[in-house]
Design a protein around this ligand. Structure first.
Ligand code: NAD
Length: 497
């Protein structure tokens, strides 16, 4: 079993001590050992970042961007290799893995515009002989902590932008599927990034706490579950750090009576069961307006769910792979049991699925519940698996109230042909990312990504324009060059025009 190293100061570093197994979820076998960083290891990455910062912040933005152009090329050249690594450790299908990489590359493309996005603001002649401008300067050493479900894309939401803004970055990826994340970071060094500007350290709470407590780390970007997001936000901000912490979700799709039902169902199948439901934007609740819509939806979903092609993610042409760990599979199965006990109608039961040749894999078939009600745990909590809950309501207003009352507010969508309903929904829904006939409204890289309510702690969303603001601080400069011949008397009143 190979050991996955850290990447610190441009070197691959292994350490003895605490370690965990990384599994191939399709076979159920442990395939790598992963060291868990000590506080000393984290400090060595921080020291390297601190040492690299002065030269990197003074590197012209256009030169920083040139590294990103080369990085983009290397990512594209290595797409198949990266997708294979993602699929081997996460379990998602190769096509899905390639898709997440492409969405990650979008963020590298955005970062290539560094000279443009860092131009600042300038006002000439704000007073006699006075000019003023705002500069966007880097923060210094910043860190990112990322989840297992997008080992390529979510880190790419963070460090390309942080780095082109002139910061040095320490990434603590998920301990469950770190190989693709590490390879991608190595490609950035190959593209010409100076050593120390990006380090990757593996670890658990010990590593994260060391990053939170280090005074040199000025900002933390986190993506993961809500309890950890809240912890990192409160501990980080308490220490004066800038923190953006993206958490969990429960995303509702509203089906209106006038929706194009067949297209809505195709969209729902991908959004609920793609990546085995392990997406923070996965649709996990279908809110049907009227029993007629609900009956038609359930009738049409059942055969499609039963026909899902499920197998080892590394085989081509599948719809769904396994869940990431045995623990994750058992947790999702536990929710299914809970739903049955609470009185929801289990229309399709995916439990007990075995895949020939992969009997030890962490597989679970698609599950569908009908007649789910808001007080049930399967409605209230994030299941993060291939389970779709159908909730029946009588009106759009009732559907919207349901969504607005939910503790999460990451993504949502409405399927309708009615522009008035769609407009009301977009205006009044308390969710950060909204789709109209678009089931997974993940913003493109030049818009920003973030939920509302307990799906995000912090003020600024991830990547795009908010990402630039997050990874820079504004400095306002006011400059006067008096004309040589003039002498200006002291002025004791507050300066004004
Ligand atoms: P997780 O919260 O278990 O782990 C995320 C990161 O936090 C990992 O790097 C992990 O090592 C670290 N971590 C875990 N426990 C910790 C602790 N006690 N103290 C400090 N750090 C700790 O999340 P996950 O299971 O890897 O990912 C799934 C979750 O992430 C889901 O809830 C999903 O909705 C969420 N997610 C949200 C978004 C979003 O944009 N809002 C995107 C992707 C995933």
């Amino acid at each position: 079993m190979s050991v996955i190293p850290h990447l610190i100061n441009g070197e691959l570093v292994t350490e003895n001590g605490r370690a965990v197994d990384v599994f191939n979820p399709s076979t159920g076998q442990a395939i790598h050992k992963l060291p868990l960083a000590t506080r000393e290891t984290i400090q060595s990455a921080i020291d390297a970042a601190k040492a690299a910062f002065p030269a990197w912040r003074n590197t012209p933005p256009a030169k920083r961007a040139q590294v990103m152009f080369r990085f983009k090329q290397l990512l594209e050249q290595n797409e198949a290799r990266i997708a294979q690594l993602i699929s081997e450790e996460h379990g998602k299908t190769l096509e899905d893995a390639a898709g997440e990489l492409k969405r990650g590359i979008e963020n590298v493309e955005f970062a290539c515009a560094a000279p443009e996005i860092l131009k600042g603001e300038y006002s000439r002649n704000v007073g006699p002989n006075i000019d003023a401008w705002s500069d966007f300067q880097p923060l210094g050493v910043v860190a990112g902590i990322t989840p297992f479900n997008f080992p390529a894309m979510v880190p790419l939401w963070m460090y390309p932008l942080a780095i082109v803004c002139g910061n040095c970055f320490i990434l603590k990826p998920s301990e469950r599927d770190p190989s693709s994340t590490l390879l991608i970071a190595q490609l950035l060094l190959e593209a010409g990034l100076p050593k120390g500007v990006l380090s990757v350290v593996h670890g658990d709470k010990t590593a994260v706490d060391a990053l939170i407590e280090a005074p040199e780390v000025k900002a933390l970007s986190f993506v993961g579950s809500t309890p950890i997001a809240e912890y990192i936000y409160s501990e980080g901000t308490k220490r004066g750090k800038r923190v953006q912490a993206l958490g969990g979700a429960k995303n509702h799709a509203v089906l209106m009576p006038d929706a194009d039902l067949d297209n809505a169902i195709s969209a729902l199948m991908g959004a609920a069961y793609g990546s085995c439901g392990e997406r923070c934007m996965a649709i996990s609740v279908a809110v049907c307006v009227g029993d007629q819509v609900a009956d038609a939806l359930v009738a049409k979903l059942v055969p499609q769910i039963k026909a899902l092609k499920i197998g080892a993610g590394t085989n081509c042409g599948l719809d769904m792979g396994p869940l990431v760990t045995g623990q994750a599979r058992d947790k999702v199965s536990g929710y299914v049991e809970d739903g049955v006990a609470a009185g929801a109608k289990l229309v399709v039961d995916g439990r007990g699925l075995t895949v020939a040749g992969h009997e030890e894999g962490f597989f679970l078939g698609g599950c569908l519940f009908d007649n789910v009600t808001p007080e049930m745990r399967i409605y209230k909590e994030e299941i993060f698996g291939p389970v779709l809950c159908v909730v029946r309501v009588n009106s759009l207003e009732e559907a919207m109230q349901l969504i607005n009352d939910h503790e999460y507010g990451n993504g949502t969508c409405i399927f309708t042909r009615d522009g008035e309903a769609a407009r009301l929904f977009c205006d009044e829904i308390e969710v950060g990312m909204v789709g109209v006939n678009v089931p997974l409204p993940v913003p493109v890289a030049y818009h920003s990504f973030g939920g509302w309510k307990r799906s995000l702690f912090g003020d600024l969303h991830a990547y795009g324009p908010d990402g630039v603001r997050f990874y820079t601080r504004r400095k306002a400069i006011t400059q006067r060059w008096p004309q040589r011949a003039s002498h200006e008397a002291s002025q004791f009143a507050f300066p004004s025009l």
